[in-house]
Design a protein around this ligand. Sequence first.
Ligand SMILES: [Zn+2]
Length: 68
Amino acid sequence: MRRLAVSLLLVLLMAGSVAADDANMVVITAKGKKYHRPDCRTVKQAVRTLTAEEARNLGYTPCKVCKP
Ligand SMILES: [Zn+2]
């Protein structure tokens, strides 16, 4: 029963949390003002990995290709 309770708690946390979005890691490049998913096809060389929230705070906007 303990395992079930823990699983249930995790599901609730993931479903109801706004923080889940901000926990998404994104990458930025040396040029450009967009942030991307790490597997975005337009990213040739990421210079930094950060959270989407950090990227927005730094003035980056989401990439239209990978929609992070
Ligand atoms: Zn992208």
